[in-house]
Design a protein around this ligand. Structure first.
Ligand SMILES: *[C@@H]1O[C@H](CO)[C@@H](O)[C@H](O)[C@H]1NC(C)=O
Ligand SMILES: *[C@@H]1O[C@H](CO)[C@@H](O)[C@H](O)[C@H]1NC(C)=O
Ligand SMILES: *[C@@H]1O[C@H](CO)[C@@H](O)[C@H](O)[C@H]1NC(C)=O
Ligand SMILES: *[C@@H]1O[C@H](CO)[C@@H](O)[C@H](O)[C@H]1NC(C)=O
Ligand SMILES: *[C@@H]1O[C@H](CO)[C@@H](O)[C@H](O)[C@H]1NC(C)=O
Length: 831
């Protein structure tokens, strides 16, 4: 098995989102997905309690080093202890005051609230509240719908449009991903004992009611390629399709378990005719490309599957019993290949962290309940994997890992590892998993006290992400980065030789994670506006708030604006997805009424940016005089970025401008090949001892291939030219072998195995002896583009009962779904 240490495993994935939702496959799948919708898009810091998932198992070794999360530590901190305050632009206060709008909802506030933007730049925002009263065996429910056309400044009660029909709160509002203004609500009508769709094609101005011939199990899924086509799974596992935006429906399959839109109008489903969806490993994976006229079975004995980037990834049962192995297809399921997998026991799991057009990042759980595992990266076919990072934290039960894709700079990912001596450390890679390193200490911050080890303190920055939120630490927002705010990352963190459980501060990087500085003291909710030209933050506290902080220089200094004289219990900060807006809404409540305060910052940035406001900035620059400076994955990028001292408006049409230049190849453009590894601090790939002198063979598309390598394999997507060009050949051995286990009658090996290590055989042996517990993790697909917020009932109770002390409960409450909102939903990942 050590021979596989250079190899990988696989897992489904999606990514780009920090928060992945573990799907309980099978029967639970459908219900989980609706929950995840809520979770992923709604409660950023939502934790196990909120999602209905079991609480994360925290291995003792990790817990040991986490000091008790804040008990009675006062949350209130005076602002400006460390953070720099700026002189506000002249007239800012009065300017903002005349552009601040407040709207109070007349409804009582005990119900969850859903929010959805409709279209892009339309300013239309729909808000849904539902409440339900259990009465004997029945439930009586009612919903209210509100609509704003001005980015949340004013709302109209339009509940009559849906006749106050009760809308499942888990379903929420489904707004079409193509921004064409389509909206769907799924109502429950007790008279007809069924479901009624309310469909709008005019940005929620009018709704057409349509009674459904079935009861949906979760929200309707839009075909990302054509939003007139909808898919829905019924509570009786029938699959229904509509090609006319929900007016008429036809049943296209029964016994469906998991359902996904794929690229080019394709639909992938798992089914089980003879059993239940609970019989994992007994499912058939089927695909249709003609909207259900015909289905083709593309895999059997399927445990689960996932679509991500160009990859279709499935876990398949082997021979008999409980063992399974990952198969990968890059052509939508026509040809499958088994991926290399290290041996794992039943309690272990795989999790795809990311899958894009180039490669797959996967986490393989270590044996035992260690809470850590190893990250592997794949080749461009998803078959051969290299070890990327060990001891990555990922709990078995809760699906919590800090793995984060930094969206503001290519090739950058962060995660947290548990070191041998039990501390948690943030690691970052700038070259797509080639090498990882710790973060530098922030320029302007001291070590936080609270670390109790005796070793010399190394002042490194440690970022708090999903894992911290599941520990109920006081982290109201996850790390935040956006493609159009180049190089910018906002994150909560602490400084020391390991992650500290003290109340974290907000740190900002403006160069994609190379350097960091302390931006705000104490936890905050934050938001990016105008493609990074404006940053906003609201302090996270249990007391009512009346202040918002804003920065026009990427977080270097902050101004304070008192947006109201009558503080409110803050819920969430919300702006239109896409980060181009200048309007921001602060949701909260006061006197048991929900309230939204919308501030238009447009008049603050009084002038449009011109050419002179931008400077050239080389990404990944670490050695300004070096020839290879800025080279990552074979090329360098120079961006035009806003000057820090420019206070101006990028505008809605702002597009990131960049120039590319090719680089010559070096060892750093290569992953170590199968059977090779890198020593610490070295670029050179050396052969694993046990592999020396043995030819490597593996099975590709049913034919044995011999790999002749000098140890290097170009990183998928790397565009370097010339320079270091190690030899690597795959020689076809003209021998048939088993490259996948999908077809029982696969021909067996025709030549006798020689001394060579035949990778596939190794794998098969592994499979015989071990069981791969595969959990497919994926970013959630709600079938639409929406942004959801939920106001915690608990919070309102707290206010009502005048309970001063709010414990963990509040961190999981209201959060801006924004950080969770992600334009690359997995649907978008499929091209
Ligand atoms: C609205 O609901 C009421 C009571 O549920 C019902 O009597 C009425 O017919 C409904 N109106 C429409 C237009 O559906
Ligand atoms: C279902 O079961 C029947 C008999 O038990 C069997 O003939 C049939 O092949 C099974 N179908 C599938 C899809 O497994
Ligand atoms: C803003 O509000 C704070 C209290 O939250 C108060 O101390 C401060 O004086 C106010 N500033 C202005 C300019 O009103
Ligand atoms: C802010 O909202 C107003 C409407 O109240 C709208 O006209 C304006 O375009 C919005 N600004 C931005 C940048 O979205
Ligand atoms: C690798 O480099 C770091 C920092 O330069 C150093 O602390 C460490 O000891 C090095 N490791 C080895 C094995 O040389």
């Amino acid at each position: 098995m050590h021979s596989l240490s250079g190899g990988g495993h696989v897992e489904p994935s999606f990514s780009s989102l920090g928060l992945v939702v573990k799907l309980k496959l099978g029967i639970f799948f459908a219900s989980m997905i609706s929950v995840s919708c809520f979770l992923a898009l709604g409660l950023l810091s939502s934790t196990a309690t909120g999602s209905g998932l079991p609480p994360a198992g925290i291995p003792g070794s990790i817990q040991r080093n986490l000091v008790e999360p804040r008990r009675s530590e006062p949350l209130k901190r005076s602002t400006g202890v460390n953070e720099q305050t700026c002189t506000a632009p002249p007239g800012a206060e009065s300017n903002l005051r005349s552009n601040t709008h407040s709207f109070t909802f007349t409804l009582g506030s005990v119900s969850p609230l859903w929010l959805s933007w409709v279209g892009e730049g339309s300013g239309v925002l729909l808000v849904l509240t539902t409440f339900q009263v259990p009465l004997f065996m029945m439930r009586f429910g009612q919903s209210n719908l509100y609509r704003s056309e001005d980015y949340g400044k004013t709302f109209k009660d339009v509940s009559h449009l849906i006749n106050h029909t009760f809308v499942h709160s888990e379903f929420g509002i489904a707004s079409s991903p193509d921004n064409s203004g389509k909206v769907i609500l799924v109502g429950e009508v007790s008279e007809i004992g069924g479901a009624r769709l309310f469909r709008s094609q005019d940005f929620g101005l009018t709704f057409v009611p349509t009674d459904l011939p079935f009861e949906p199990l979760f929200q309707i899924q839009y075909n990302p390629g054509d939003c007139n086509t909808l898919l829905s799974l019924s509570i009786t596992s029938d699959l229904w399709l509509s090609e006319d935006f929900g007016a008429t429906w036809r049943k296209i399959h029964d016994s469906a378990c998991m359902v996904r839109w794929g690229p080019k109008n394709s639909i992938y489903i798992t089914t089980n005719y003879n059993g239940s969806c609970n019989d994992k490993g007994m499912l058939a994976l089927r695909k249709t490309t003609d909207y259900g006229q015909t289905f083709k079975t593309i895999a059997t004995r399927v445990y689960s599957f996932i679509l991500g980037g160009k990859f279709l990834i499935a876990s398949i049962m082997t021979g008999k019993g409980t063992q399974r192995v990952i198969h990968v297809s890059v052509d939508g399921g026509e040809v499958w290949n088994m991926a290399q997998l290290p041996i794992i026991d039943p309690e272990q799991f795989y999790s795809v962290l990311e899958a894009d057009q180039d490669l797959i990042f996967i986490h393989v759980d270590d044996p035992g309940d260690s809470g850590v595992g190893t990250i592997y990266v794949s080749d461009d076919r998803g078959i051969v994997f290299s070890k990327s990072l060990e001891r990555n934290i990922y709990t078995t039960t809760g699906g919590d890992t800090d793995f984060t894709t930094v969206k503001s700079l290519r090739g950058v990912y962060m995660t947290t590892v548990l070191t041998e001596d039990g501390t948690m450390e943030t690691m970052i890679t700038f070259d797509q998993g080639g090498r990882w390193q710790t973060l530098h200490g922030p320029k302007n911050s001291h070590c936080d006290s609270g670390t109790s080890t005796n070793r010399p303190i190394t002042c490194r920055l440690h970022i708090h992400a999903s894992y911290s939120t599941t520990l109920k630490m006081n982290v109201p927002s996850l790390p935040y980065s956006q493609p159009n705010a180049v190089g910018l990352i906002l994150a909560h963190g602490s400084v020391g030789d390991g992650e500290s459980a003290l109340s974290p501060n907000v740190y900002v990087s403006d160069d994609g994670g190379y350097s960091w500085f302390l931006a705000l003291t104490g936890p905050h909710h934050y938001e990016i506006l105008d493609s990074g030209a404006l940053l906003l933050a609201v302090e996270h506290t249990n007391s009512p708030v009346n202040q918002i902080k804003f920065s026009t220089n990427e977080g270097q200094c902050w101004n304070i604006y008192n947006f109201t004289n009558d503080p409110l219990y803050f819920g969430a900060i919300v702006s239109e997805p896409g980060f181009r807006s200048m309007n921001v809404s602060l949701w909260g409540y006061r006197n048991r009424k929900k309230i939204v305060i919308t501030i238009d910052f447009r008049m603050l940035l009084t002038r449009d940016c011109t050419e002179k406001d931008y400077v050239q900035w080389m990404a990944h620059s670490t050695d300004p005089n070096g020839l290879q400076d800025g080279c990552v994955l074979g090329y360098k990028e120079t961006f035009l970025r806003l000057r820090k001292d420019s206070v101006c408006w990028n505008g809605r049409d702002y597009a990131v401008a960049k120039k590319l230049a090719p680089c010559t190849c070096t060892m750093d453009d290569y992953h170590c090949d199968f059977g090779y590894y890198r020593r610490e601090n070295s670029s050179e790939c050396v052969e694993q001892e046990e592999m020396i002198g043995r030819p490597l063979e593996f099975c590709l598309n049913g034919t044995a291939e011999q790999l002749q390598t000098s140890g290097y394999r170009k990183i998928p997507g790397d565009q370097c030219e010339g320079g270091f060009q190690p030899t690597r050949k795959e020689i076809e051995l003209k021998r048939i072998c088993t490259s996948n286990l999908l077809h029982q009658n696969s021909p067996s090996e025709t030549s006798s195995p020689n001394a060579a290590i035949i990778v596939m055989i190794v794998i098969v042996i592994l499979l015989m002896s071990g069981v791969a517990g595969v959990w497919l993790v994926k970013k959630y697909v709600c079938g639409g583009r929406f942004l959801v917020h939920r106001y915690s009932v608990m919070r309102e109770h707290i206010e009502a009962n005048k309970i001063e002390e709010v414990d963990d409960v509040d961190t999981q409450n209201v959060e801006t779904g924004k950080a969770q909102y992600n334009e690359d939903s997995d649907q978008d990942l499929l091209e």
